[in-house]
Design a protein around this ligand. Structure first.
Ligand SMILES: Nc1ncnc2c1ncn2[C@@H]1O[C@H](COP(=O)(O)OP(=O)(O)OP(=O)(O)O)[C@@H](O)[C@H]1O
Ligand SMILES: [Mg+2]
Length: 313
């Protein structure tokens, strides 16, 4: 664990002794602007299927989801140049050393992702989806190639700068729970804000509203290990949004959820993408969710076989 992570845990445990605040205030921006489309073409069979479902305002939870998503983006919408990739991987290879063997997992990955896309990544188990996300998040260094996020080559950052950068740019829902075990649920949800020096009261208020949005605020004071898999997944989604990041990366965020809760999370994600113009990257095994995406990327045996984004060039 890096120093900024440890510092954040210390700040949370010190409970209110830090005084710094952030720009991430409570103003609503009333942003209801529709995406104008990034001219993304659908050049594949999978992408033909990836047509959005029309917004169903009478859908169960639909209206409240819009309101909640507005609250998540309450400080400001993301301002980015939609013509330039917000995420770019150039000739990325990633191998792991296991014993005396080198196992190649990612093979010459080239991807461009543009602001306000909602990307769904599909592929068989073991094909490298989580490794791909970990690499673009800077949690794994590529064996070769470049990872450029918001024009920054992240392999050039020191580990501590990278940790801060990661939490300011990305909200992350990991495939496996990664709680700080010494912290309770609300303290874990507040972590991304502590890393970026947001004052205690503000971060606890924001963390509580994120937990309310996911309908899990009644478990704020539990320890994460005391929650079911599905409850932990809801807390994980809440935590990914505390810092109001421009990009949300979610690795099978609905895997442990019942159909109704999963649908609610998907509609919530769509609203974040459409109304608040967040860029979303989500790995799933559920082909039904392709309809929420603006583009699908299909990965097999460590290679992108469809949807790399090269059609933008
Ligand atoms: N730290 C590691 N050390 C060695 N091998 C690894 C490591 N991380 C991943 N791998 C290997 O890389 C391959 C891809 O793993 P990855 O977790 O990216 O797959 P995935 O597509 O996310 O699968 P799933 O759908 O089951 O989550 C697997 O064969 C896995 O064993
Ligand atoms: Mg995985």
């Amino acid at each position: 664990m890096d120093i900024s992570h440890n510092l954040a845990i210390f700040l949370i445990m010190a409970n209110g002794k830090d005084k710094k605040t952030t720009k991430n205030g409570n103003k609503k921006n009333g942003n209801t602007k529709k995406r104008n489309g990034t001219g993304v073409k659908n050049g594949s069979k999978l992408n033909e299927a990836a047509t959005r479902q029309p917004t169903n305002s009478s859908a169960k939870n639909g209206a409240s989801i819009s309101e909640l998503a507005t609250q998540v983006g309450e400080s400001k919408k993301t301002t980015t140049d939609s013509k330039k990739p917000i995420i770019e991987l150039q000739h990325v290879n990633k191998s792991f050393e296991v014993g005396k063997s080198t196992i190649p997992v990612l093979k010459d990955i080239n991807i461009k992702i543009y602001p306000r896309e909602f990307i769904i990544i599909l592929g068989p188990s073991g094909s490298g989806k989580s490794t791909l996300l970990n690499t673009l998040l800077g949690l794994e260094y590529p064996t070769s190639g470049k990872v450029i996020i918001n024009k920054q080559d992240i392999t050039e950052l020191s580990p501590n700068k990278l940790a801060k950068f990661r939490y300011s740019v990305f909200g992350i829902v990991f495939q496996r729970a990664d709680w700080v075990r010494s912290l309770n649920v609300i303290q874990n949800v507040a972590m991304p804000l502590a890393i970026n020096n947001v004052g205690n009261k503000e971060r606890m208020d924001i963390a509580l509203s994120r937990l309310k949005e996911m309908g899990i605020d009644d478990h704020s004071n539990y320890m994460p290990a005391e929650l079911s898999g599905g409850q932990q997944q809801k807390v994980s989604v809440a935590r990914s949004l505390t810092g109001n990041p421009p990009i949300l990366v979610a690795d099978e965020p609905t895997g442990n959820l019942d159909t109704e809760s999963a649908g609610k999370v998907m509609r919530f994600f769509r609203d974040l993408n459409e109304r608040l113009e967040k860029t979303l990257l989500m790995v799933t095994h559920n082909i039904d969710y392709v309809s929420y995406a603006t583009r699908t990327i299909y990965i097999r045996d460590g290679k992108i076989v469809e949807g790399s984004g090269s059609f933008k060039e």
